[in-house]
Design a binder for this molecule. Sequence first.
Ligand SMILES: Cc1cc2nc3c(=O)[nH]c(=O)nc-3n(C[C@H](O)[C@H](O)[C@H](O)COP(=O)(O)OP(=O)(O)OC[C@H]3O[C@@H](n4cnc5c(N)ncnc54)[C@H](O)[C@@H]3O)c2cc1C
Length: 355
Amino acid sequence: MKNLVILGGGYGGMKILSELLPNNLPEDVKITLVDRVPYHCLKTEYYALAAGTISDKEVRVDFPEHPQLTVKYGEVISIEPQDKKVLMKDDESISYDDLIIGLGCEDKYHNVPGADQFTYSIQSIEKSRKTYSALNNLGPGSVVGIVGAGLSGVELASELSESRSDLNIKLFDRGKHILSAFPDRLSKYVENWFVKHNVEIINNSNITRVEENTLYNNDKPIKCDVIVWTAGIQANKVVQNMDTEKDRSGRLVITPRHHLPNDGNIFILGDCASLPHAPSAQLAEGQAVQIVEVLRKRWNGEEPPAEFPPIKLKGVLGSLGKKQGFGMMADRAITGRVARLLKSGILWLYKFHNG
Ligand SMILES: Cc1cc2nc3c(=O)[nH]c(=O)nc-3n(C[C@H](O)[C@H](O)[C@H](O)COP(=O)(O)OP(=O)(O)OC[C@H]3O[C@@H](n4cnc5c(N)ncnc54)[C@H](O)[C@@H]3O)c2cc1C
């Protein structure tokens, strides 16, 4: 039996499984899925978990069951391509014939001293739970500093303001306007929502240092009871430690067939891969479909396509609490209730197909 090992049961890893199971896996191939968490986690909802507006159970989906699938629970610590092995924290190793690395990303602190030590995170389920606990144990009038007003910072700030209207939330962002990757009209809509909901936006900020309960903005100290970092991501450190070409965010450079340039048996998926679009769940899923095509062609003894058409992305949707939202669909900015309903509908469909 050949062993296809998938590291990470995130959006990319789950899509690989749903493309191959139940009927598309050759009889002589088995799959070993490895994750440090015993279920698939809906990372796109971590902001709501941290804010305390949804329960832990709502962000979990069971991994599929299949006679050719083994799920291995544990922490991956390194990849040894020369031995075709994955090393686990418990000293075990897993041999592979083909390997798909979809371990996601972690926070990037841009060398800001203290940021890794004194800020909370929503980049993993374990960290989101700690953030939930810190935020929801705060007394009335406490100050929460959220660093970074991209999609996840905005979603967290808005959800938290609805969840805990007694808190004093400050949203720090480098730009003149928040959501700088979006059109002006959309940024202004979101800024107005924050004004109405008493979230203070601090534009043109530059966080130079973080200490326990203190954020330094342009070297000026600001007391915060809890600080959450949402100001950048980089590839998972297991991937960053690999001896192969990377981009500035530590993501691995790949060929048009999504494998490493010097190793056709190691595929890089999702937030770990250097791709021409911003990392997203949609992108990871689009890539997974193409990786499965490469594998299936090879298993059938055929030549895989030399390259694939660009992955089509449907757009981006963000929430502003439970009733309003914003986003870009087919290059058009949408705001308000419709955007929020669309986002909820997509989540419902995802759970329906994977649950
Ligand atoms: C708050 C927030 C909102 C977002 N909203 C959107 C959105 O609306 N739309 C969108 O498309 N994207 C969104 N994203 C981005 C999206 O979540 C990621 O791009 C997506 O999860 C990437 O998928 P992935 O398969 O690469 O990794 P992930 O889904 O992160 O999966 C990685 C898996 O690897 C496991 N893992 C990691 N390290 C190890 C290890 N050492 N050992 C064992 N297992 C390990 C993890 O447990 C996890 O299961 C959002 C992200 C955040 C944080």
